[in-house]
Design a protein around this ligand. Structure first.
Ligand SMILES: Nc1ncnc2c1ncn2[C@@H]1O[C@H](COP(=O)(O)OP(=O)(O)OP(=O)(O)O)[C@@H](O)[C@H]1O
Length: 265
Protein backbone atom coordinates (compact mmCIF):
# COMPACT_ATOMS: atom_id res chain seq x y z
CA UNK A 1 0.00 0.00 0.00
CA UNK A 2 1.25 3.45 -0.85
CA UNK A 3 2.12 5.50 2.19
CA UNK A 4 0.51 8.90 1.54
CA UNK A 5 2.54 10.60 4.26
CA UNK A 6 5.81 9.36 2.80
CA UNK A 7 4.88 10.62 -0.65
CA UNK A 8 3.88 13.98 0.76
CA UNK A 9 7.08 14.19 2.74
CA UNK A 10 9.33 13.38 -0.20
CA UNK A 11 7.63 16.13 -2.21
CA UNK A 12 8.19 18.56 0.67
CA UNK A 13 11.83 17.53 1.00
CA UNK A 14 12.46 18.33 -2.64
CA UNK A 15 11.43 21.91 -2.05
CA UNK A 16 13.91 22.45 0.75
CA UNK A 17 17.11 24.06 -0.49
CA UNK A 18 18.87 24.63 2.81
CA UNK A 19 18.14 22.81 6.05
CA UNK A 20 19.73 24.11 9.27
CA UNK A 21 19.55 22.17 12.54
CA UNK A 22 20.72 23.16 16.00
CA UNK A 23 22.88 26.02 14.75
CA UNK A 24 24.88 27.93 17.37
CA UNK A 25 27.28 30.76 16.67
CA UNK A 26 29.75 32.18 19.18
CA UNK A 27 32.02 35.20 18.83
CA UNK A 28 34.52 34.42 21.58
CA UNK A 29 32.25 34.25 24.64
CA UNK A 30 29.26 35.93 22.99
CA UNK A 31 26.57 33.42 22.10
CA UNK A 32 25.06 35.16 19.06
CA UNK A 33 22.89 32.39 17.52
CA UNK A 34 21.07 30.01 19.83
CA UNK A 35 19.93 26.65 18.58
CA UNK A 36 18.37 27.74 15.31
CA UNK A 37 16.48 25.27 13.10
CA UNK A 38 15.15 26.46 9.77
CA UNK A 39 14.33 25.13 6.33
CA UNK A 40 14.83 27.52 3.44
CA UNK A 41 12.66 26.63 0.47
CA UNK A 42 13.74 26.57 -3.12
CA UNK A 43 12.46 29.29 -5.50
CA UNK A 44 11.23 31.31 -2.57
CA UNK A 45 12.20 34.65 -1.07
CA UNK A 46 12.78 34.33 2.67
CA UNK A 47 13.11 37.49 4.78
CA UNK A 48 15.05 37.60 8.06
CA UNK A 49 13.70 40.33 10.30
CA UNK A 50 14.25 41.36 13.92
CA UNK A 51 15.72 44.10 16.09
CA UNK A 52 19.29 45.29 15.67
CA UNK A 53 21.83 42.82 17.05
CA UNK A 54 19.43 39.86 17.12
CA UNK A 55 21.70 37.79 14.86
CA UNK A 56 20.14 38.07 11.38
CA UNK A 57 23.42 38.81 9.58
CA UNK A 58 25.32 36.27 11.65
CA UNK A 59 22.88 33.53 10.73
CA UNK A 60 22.81 34.61 7.07
CA UNK A 61 26.61 34.33 6.95
CA UNK A 62 26.39 30.74 8.24
CA UNK A 63 24.62 29.75 5.03
CA UNK A 64 27.68 30.23 2.82
CA UNK A 65 30.38 29.97 5.49
CA UNK A 66 31.20 33.67 5.43
CA UNK A 67 31.68 33.42 9.21
CA UNK A 68 34.81 31.37 8.39
CA UNK A 69 36.42 34.71 7.55
CA UNK A 70 35.84 36.07 11.10
CA UNK A 71 38.54 34.76 13.44
CA UNK A 72 36.50 34.86 16.65
CA UNK A 73 33.42 33.18 15.11
CA UNK A 74 32.62 29.54 15.85
CA UNK A 75 29.70 27.78 14.18
CA UNK A 76 28.14 24.56 15.50
CA UNK A 77 25.23 22.48 14.24
CA UNK A 78 24.26 21.09 10.89
CA UNK A 79 23.59 23.04 7.69
CA UNK A 80 22.78 21.21 4.48
CA UNK A 81 22.49 22.46 0.93
CA UNK A 82 20.49 19.96 -1.12
CA UNK A 83 21.18 17.46 1.65
CA UNK A 84 24.97 17.98 1.65
CA UNK A 85 26.75 19.17 4.79
CA UNK A 86 28.29 22.52 3.83
CA UNK A 87 30.67 22.39 6.83
CA UNK A 88 32.16 19.08 5.73
CA UNK A 89 35.94 19.62 5.57
CA UNK A 90 35.90 18.35 1.97
CA UNK A 91 33.69 21.27 0.90
CA UNK A 92 35.65 24.09 -0.71
CA UNK A 93 34.19 27.38 0.61
CA UNK A 94 35.03 29.14 -2.68
CA UNK A 95 32.97 26.62 -4.64
CA UNK A 96 30.22 26.82 -2.02
CA UNK A 97 30.06 30.60 -2.37
CA UNK A 98 29.65 30.27 -6.13
CA UNK A 99 26.52 28.19 -5.38
CA UNK A 100 25.40 30.37 -2.48
CA UNK A 101 26.19 33.93 -3.54
CA UNK A 102 26.08 37.01 -1.37
CA UNK A 103 25.30 40.70 -1.73
CA UNK A 104 26.35 42.94 1.15
CA UNK A 105 24.79 46.01 2.71
CA UNK A 106 27.47 48.32 1.37
CA UNK A 107 28.22 47.99 -2.33
CA UNK A 108 31.76 46.59 -2.59
CA UNK A 109 32.80 46.45 -6.25
CA UNK A 110 36.35 45.30 -6.96
CA UNK A 111 38.76 48.06 -8.07
CA UNK A 112 38.38 46.83 -11.65
CA UNK A 113 36.30 47.70 -14.69
CA UNK A 114 32.56 47.10 -14.75
CA UNK A 115 33.18 44.24 -17.18
CA UNK A 116 35.87 42.61 -15.04
CA UNK A 117 33.77 42.87 -11.88
CA UNK A 118 31.15 40.68 -13.51
CA UNK A 119 33.54 38.46 -15.50
CA UNK A 120 35.77 37.60 -12.54
CA UNK A 121 33.64 34.80 -11.02
CA UNK A 122 32.73 33.09 -14.32
CA UNK A 123 36.43 33.22 -15.28
CA UNK A 124 37.75 31.58 -12.11
CA UNK A 125 35.01 28.96 -12.24
CA UNK A 126 35.78 28.17 -15.90
CA UNK A 127 32.26 29.01 -17.07
CA UNK A 128 33.28 30.55 -20.42
CA UNK A 129 35.01 28.74 -23.29
CA UNK A 130 36.06 31.92 -25.05
CA UNK A 131 35.75 35.70 -25.04
CA UNK A 132 32.38 35.66 -26.84
CA UNK A 133 30.98 33.34 -24.15
CA UNK A 134 32.27 35.62 -21.43
CA UNK A 135 30.77 38.67 -23.17
CA UNK A 136 27.40 36.91 -23.21
CA UNK A 137 27.62 36.00 -19.53
CA UNK A 138 28.52 39.59 -18.60
CA UNK A 139 25.70 41.05 -20.68
CA UNK A 140 23.15 38.62 -19.29
CA UNK A 141 24.18 39.30 -15.68
CA UNK A 142 24.09 43.07 -16.19
CA UNK A 143 20.67 42.82 -17.83
CA UNK A 144 19.33 40.75 -14.97
CA UNK A 145 20.62 43.31 -12.50
CA UNK A 146 18.89 46.06 -14.52
CA UNK A 147 22.23 47.76 -15.18
CA UNK A 148 22.91 46.92 -18.82
CA UNK A 149 21.42 50.05 -20.36
CA UNK A 150 23.38 52.31 -18.04
CA UNK A 151 26.62 50.35 -18.32
CA UNK A 152 26.82 49.01 -21.87
CA UNK A 153 28.68 52.03 -23.26
CA UNK A 154 31.25 52.10 -20.46
CA UNK A 155 32.06 48.50 -19.67
CA UNK A 156 35.76 49.30 -19.35
CA UNK A 157 35.18 52.17 -16.88
CA UNK A 158 35.92 51.44 -13.20
CA UNK A 159 33.06 49.90 -11.22
CA UNK A 160 33.86 52.24 -8.36
CA UNK A 161 32.94 55.22 -10.58
CA UNK A 162 29.27 54.25 -10.64
CA UNK A 163 26.65 55.77 -8.33
CA UNK A 164 25.86 53.93 -5.09
CA UNK A 165 22.70 52.36 -6.52
CA UNK A 166 24.49 51.36 -9.71
CA UNK A 167 27.35 49.87 -7.68
CA UNK A 168 24.88 47.76 -5.72
CA UNK A 169 23.32 46.51 -8.96
CA UNK A 170 26.86 45.79 -10.22
CA UNK A 171 27.46 43.67 -7.10
CA UNK A 172 24.19 41.86 -7.78
CA UNK A 173 25.29 41.28 -11.40
CA UNK A 174 28.60 39.93 -10.07
CA UNK A 175 26.72 37.60 -7.71
CA UNK A 176 24.29 36.27 -10.34
CA UNK A 177 27.00 35.87 -13.03
CA UNK A 178 28.12 32.57 -11.50
CA UNK A 179 24.50 31.30 -11.60
CA UNK A 180 24.20 30.70 -7.86
CA UNK A 181 21.41 28.48 -6.60
CA UNK A 182 20.90 30.62 -3.53
CA UNK A 183 21.43 34.36 -3.21
CA UNK A 184 21.96 35.83 0.26
CA UNK A 185 21.29 39.57 0.52
CA UNK A 186 22.25 41.45 3.66
CA UNK A 187 20.19 44.67 3.71
CA UNK A 188 20.90 45.19 0.00
CA UNK A 189 18.82 48.38 -0.25
CA UNK A 190 19.92 50.23 2.86
CA UNK A 191 22.22 52.54 0.86
CA UNK A 192 19.80 52.98 -2.05
CA UNK A 193 17.25 55.63 -3.00
CA UNK A 194 13.61 54.60 -3.61
CA UNK A 195 14.10 54.17 -7.38
CA UNK A 196 17.15 51.92 -7.01
CA UNK A 197 15.36 50.06 -4.18
CA UNK A 198 12.44 49.44 -6.51
CA UNK A 199 14.79 48.08 -9.19
CA UNK A 200 16.44 45.73 -6.72
CA UNK A 201 13.06 44.53 -5.44
CA UNK A 202 11.93 43.84 -9.02
CA UNK A 203 15.10 41.89 -9.56
CA UNK A 204 14.45 39.83 -6.40
CA UNK A 205 11.04 38.90 -7.85
CA UNK A 206 12.71 37.82 -11.06
CA UNK A 207 15.47 35.88 -9.34
CA UNK A 208 12.94 33.83 -7.42
CA UNK A 209 11.92 32.13 -10.67
CA UNK A 210 15.27 30.32 -10.61
CA UNK A 211 16.84 30.76 -7.21
CA UNK A 212 16.20 30.79 -3.57
CA UNK A 213 16.75 34.29 -2.15
CA UNK A 214 17.33 35.09 1.53
CA UNK A 215 17.19 38.75 2.45
CA UNK A 216 17.98 40.48 5.74
CA UNK A 217 15.99 43.67 6.00
CA UNK A 218 15.15 46.28 8.59
CA UNK A 219 12.16 47.33 6.56
CA UNK A 220 9.04 45.38 7.37
CA UNK A 221 7.38 46.94 4.33
CA UNK A 222 10.16 45.52 2.21
CA UNK A 223 9.87 42.07 3.82
CA UNK A 224 6.12 42.15 3.15
CA UNK A 225 6.64 43.27 -0.47
CA UNK A 226 9.33 40.83 -1.54
CA UNK A 227 9.12 37.66 0.56
CA UNK A 228 6.90 34.62 0.77
CA UNK A 229 8.44 33.37 4.01
CA UNK A 230 9.59 35.38 7.01
CA UNK A 231 11.79 34.44 9.95
CA UNK A 232 11.70 36.65 13.05
CA UNK A 233 14.88 36.63 15.16
CA UNK A 234 15.16 37.97 18.70
CA UNK A 235 18.22 37.84 20.99
CA UNK A 236 19.82 35.09 18.91
CA UNK A 237 16.71 32.88 18.80
CA UNK A 238 14.59 32.17 15.76
CA UNK A 239 11.29 33.01 17.42
CA UNK A 240 8.88 32.46 14.57
CA UNK A 241 9.07 31.32 10.97
CA UNK A 242 6.18 31.07 8.55
CA UNK A 243 4.30 32.49 5.61
CA UNK A 244 5.00 36.21 5.37
CA UNK A 245 1.27 37.04 5.35
CA UNK A 246 0.71 35.06 8.55
CA UNK A 247 3.72 36.56 10.34
CA UNK A 248 2.53 40.10 9.60
CA UNK A 249 -1.19 39.64 10.14
CA UNK A 250 -1.45 36.84 12.66
CA UNK A 251 1.83 36.26 14.53
CA UNK A 252 1.76 33.42 17.01
CA UNK A 253 4.42 34.71 19.39
CA UNK A 254 3.96 37.85 21.47
CA UNK A 255 7.57 38.90 20.70
CA UNK A 256 6.85 38.83 16.97
CA UNK A 257 3.69 40.81 17.53
CA UNK A 258 5.53 43.41 19.63
CA UNK A 259 8.16 43.79 16.90
CA UNK A 260 5.80 44.13 13.96
CA UNK A 261 3.62 46.58 15.84
CA UNK A 262 6.71 48.63 16.71
CA UNK A 263 6.86 47.92 20.43
CA UNK A 264 10.33 46.33 20.35
CA UNK A 265 13.27 47.07 18.11
N1 LIG B 1 32.47 40.17 13.98
C1 LIG B 1 31.87 40.15 15.18
N2 LIG B 1 32.60 40.01 16.31
C2 LIG B 1 32.02 39.97 17.53
N3 LIG B 1 30.70 40.06 17.73
C3 LIG B 1 29.91 40.20 16.66
C4 LIG B 1 30.44 40.25 15.34
N4 LIG B 1 29.42 40.39 14.47
C5 LIG B 1 28.29 40.41 15.21
N5 LIG B 1 28.57 40.29 16.53
C6 LIG B 1 27.61 40.27 17.66
O1 LIG B 1 26.66 39.22 17.40
C7 LIG B 1 25.35 39.65 17.71
C8 LIG B 1 24.49 39.55 16.45
O2 LIG B 1 24.94 40.51 15.50
P1 LIG B 1 24.39 40.56 14.00
O3 LIG B 1 25.19 41.60 13.28
O4 LIG B 1 24.32 39.21 13.45
O5 LIG B 1 22.90 41.09 14.25
P2 LIG B 1 21.86 41.73 13.24
O6 LIG B 1 20.52 41.25 13.67
O7 LIG B 1 22.26 41.44 11.85
O8 LIG B 1 22.03 43.26 13.57
P3 LIG B 1 21.80 44.57 12.64
O9 LIG B 1 20.35 44.52 12.28
O10 LIG B 1 22.11 45.70 13.57
O11 LIG B 1 22.72 44.46 11.47
C9 LIG B 1 25.48 41.06 18.27
O12 LIG B 1 25.52 40.96 19.66
C10 LIG B 1 26.78 41.54 17.70
O13 LIG B 1 27.38 42.49 18.55
Amino acid sequence: MKDERLTERSVDMKDIKIAARGVQVYYGDTHAIKDVDVEIQDKTVTAFIGPSGCGKSTFLRCLNRMNDTIDSARVEGDIRLDGEDIYDPRVDPVQLRARVGMVFQKPNPFPKSIYDNVAYGPKIHGMARNKADLDDIVERALRRAALWDEAKDRLQAPGTGLSGGQQQRLCIARAVATEPEVLLMDEPCSALDPIATDQVENLIHELRQNYSVVIVTHSMQQAARVSQKTAFFHLGHLVEYGETGQIFTNPRDTRTESYITGRIG
